[in-house]
Write a protein that binds this ligand. Structure first.
Ligand SMILES: *Cc1c(COP(=O)(O)O)cnc(C)c1O
Ligand code: SF4
Length: 354
């Protein structure tokens, strides 16, 4: 399936979005799927379908509705990190002093079952021109904002014209130094990354693109070609991976994913601990699982291949990195440090009055 013989708009148009259509191609319980998608939409384009190899495999779990999504067992609710509360404008989330998230689209090429914005993607009225104008107006008036993160939904589901228009207007704001785009497109609809899109984006440097990849099987030749187009346009690529139970919550899978990303000029950025979002509880692991993965990566893969492991705090506290503790104790000017092979080493500190 090459981009030229199956253009991205046709791929999207051919997506499976009903229980009946899904049951016609995969062994699923159509009633159960119908119940889930009455609440959380489904969209499976032919490319994603081609990646689903087996029942309960990594792509299946990310794409196919599961009745457990309706077990609303989480007291924290649909918006634990309080994005809605930190919105000064309908589509802007301003949590940190110098950067904002600008939700320019609420559509995605795949409605990931684990999505932290599940409460809104694919369900609302859509992002209007007035929303975009209001967001740009807010950013223009707020001189503290140095970085704008376009997110959604997926910004790359907008047309080239709309993307170009938004980027142009942001670039005209002198205090905006950096533009970052958060997307899953190269992973779930690589045909969308056309030469035209790459050339368009290349006109707005410094531009960073962070892509969500969760499993090494997602690094197909098509996905690799899409990432290469972006990298060749001079765009710095990063990855964001969500730690997902039964999908990538083991050291070997994560090692293979991180190696694959590095090989494709994508610098692993964050490993996100899955947020306590209603409808996604069955994907959540303990924090010890993530820490064990980081301990395994340390020393065994290039330092460039190790993402930071982040927890997004409830009540708008923001993201914080959690990391394994290599320092065991300090005593008499000696630090006792554990290395990646669990060996213990004394590290001499300078005298206190140094
Ligand atoms: C994650 C996030 C950012 C970006 O944080 P970085 O640590 O710079 O990647 C900015 N604003 C909000 C609201 C976020 O959730
Ligand atoms: S692409 Fe991103 S925003 Fe869209 S459903 Fe998947 S995780 Fe959510």
């Amino acid at each position: 399936m090459t981009p030229t013989d199956y253009p991205w708009k046709a791929l999207l148009a051919d997506s499976i979005a009903t229980a009946k259509a899904l049951a016609a191609v995969l062994p699923v319980d159509s009633d159960a799927v119908a119940r889930v998608i009455a609440r959380y939409p489904m969209r499976i384009n032919p490319y994603v379908l081609s990646l689903i190899q087996k029942r309960d495999g990594p792509l299946w779990r990310q794409a196919i509705p599961d009745l457990r999504e309706l077990d609303d067992d989480l007291s924290v609710g649909p918006d634990p990190t309080q994005e809605a509360f930190q919105s000064p404008s309908p589509r802007v989330v301003h949590r940190y002093p110098d950067r904002v998230v600008f939700l320019v689209s609420d559509r995605c090429a795949l409605y990931c079952r684990h999505c932290m914005r599940k409460r809104m993607v694919g369900r609302q009225r859509g992002v209007t021109e007035a929303d975009i104008d209001a967001g740009i107006g807010y950013i223009r008036d707020c001189r503290a904002v140095r970085e704008v993160i376009l997110s959604g939904g997926d910004p790359f589901l907008l047309s080239d014209d709309r993307i170009g228009d938004i980027l142009c207007r942001l670039r005209r704001i002198s205090h905006v130094d950096v533009i970052r785009i958060h997307t899953r497109i190269p992973c779930v609809l690589p045909a969308r990354v056309t030469g035209e899109l790459a050339a368009l984006l290349g006109g707005f440097h410094p531009l960073y693109v962070n892509i969500q990849f969760n499993h090494p099987d997602e690094l197909t030749p098509e996905a690799e070609a899409a990432c290469a187009q972006l990298a060749d346009a001079g765009i710095a690529l990063g990855s964001q991976t969500v730690l997902l139970k039964g999908i990538n919550d083991d050291p070997a899978t994560m090692m293979s994913l991180m190696r694959g990303l590095l090989k494709n000029r994508i610098r692993p950025y964050y490993l996100h601990h899955a947020d306590p979002v209603a409808g996604t509880g069955h994907f959540r692991t303990g924090v010890d699982t993530g820490l064990a993965i980081l301990r395994h990566l340390q020393g065994r893969i290039s330092g460039m291949g190790i993402p930071r492991y982040m927890i997004d705090l409830p009540r708008g506290g923001g993201k914080v990195p959690v990391s394994p503790d290599y320092v065991r104790r300090e005593r008499d000017g000696i630090l006792l440090v554990r290395n990646y092979q669990d060996g213990l080493f004394d590290y001499p500190l300078p005298p206190k009055n140094n």
